[in-house]
Design a protein. Structure first.
Length: 245
């Protein structure tokens, strides 16, 4: 991922794209309204604001953080693949078409669909290959998502990222929204880099390595930091509140 050189203040209206963002891995427009954060997350947000006062100012400006969840199983990962590298609107449209295909939300059902059906839903040729790789791994038991819900973060991320076409960002986002882990941070997410730069008034967006180092200060609540940064960036760019997944 290439870090952008433009000022995060003057560049705030540019919509971040690139290697992932739950901005791009969004929910359908008809998805139900988000619930408030659970008690553990609200406590964590309070603690995070004490650790870094910049986070304490996000909700007073942007409004309450909506708490979005994603299916922890196959459909949730399938949804994240749809959102890779494209805008939120495009991802939502593709997901709407894909999820309406008979059997598409079941690994065996998806494998039974031909490429023309998947391409007709809007998936690119590489993404057709990627969703088939995911479905095969789940159907054959090589990727045991229920078991991974109890696995350590690093183990779960490595298992998901090993599937062709998924990679670390997809795995980290799935742990964050599907498994609702408290301390996962996807440093390759361009919207997070933009949000940090804007919040901290940095001269440019931090690259992934620098973002990893910055995020260590927010542990054990890095997932909450990510949610708040996405929330802040949407507010800064004038988009409606509400996380995409």
């Amino acid at each position: 991922m290439r870090a952008l050189r433009s000022s995060p203040r003057t560049d705030a209206r540019r919509l971040p794209r690139g290697h992932g963002s739950p901005e791009a891995a969004g929910a359908l427009p008809t998805a139900p309204a988000a619930s408030p954060p659970p008690d553990w997350a609200r406590d964590g947000i309070t603690e995070l604001g004490r650790m870094d006062p910049d986070f304490a100012g996000i909700e007073p400006r942007a409004g309450p953080l909506p708490w979005r969840r994603r299916d922890p199983g196959f459909p949730g990962l399938l949804r994240t693949i749809c959102g890779q590298m494209i805008s939120n609107q495009a991802a939502a449209a593709i997901w709407g078409r894909l999820s309406s295909l008979p059997g598409a939300l079941d690994p065996a059902g998806l494998l039974a669909l031909d490429d023309d059906a998947l391409r007709g839903a809007g998936l690119s040729r590489p993404k057709v290959s990627h969703v088939r790789a995911l479905a095969s791994a789940v159907a054959e038991g090589r990727l045991d998502l229920p078991a991974l819900r109890a696995a350590p973060d690093a183990e779960a991320i490595a298992a998901i990222a090993a599937i062709p076409g998924l990679g670390p960002w997809t795995a980290q986002v799935h742990l964050l929204f599907g498994f609702e882990r408290p301390d996962v941070f996807p440093p390759g997410d361009v919207a997070l880099a933009a949000g940090v730069a804007h919040l901290k008034n940095l001269p440019e967006r931090p690259k992934p390595k620098a973002l990893v180092e910055m995020a260590t200060a927010w542990s054990p609540w890095r997932s909450l930091a990510a949610r708040l940064l996405w929330h802040h960036w949407r507010h800064a760019t004038g988009r409606p509140a509400g996380e995409a997944p």
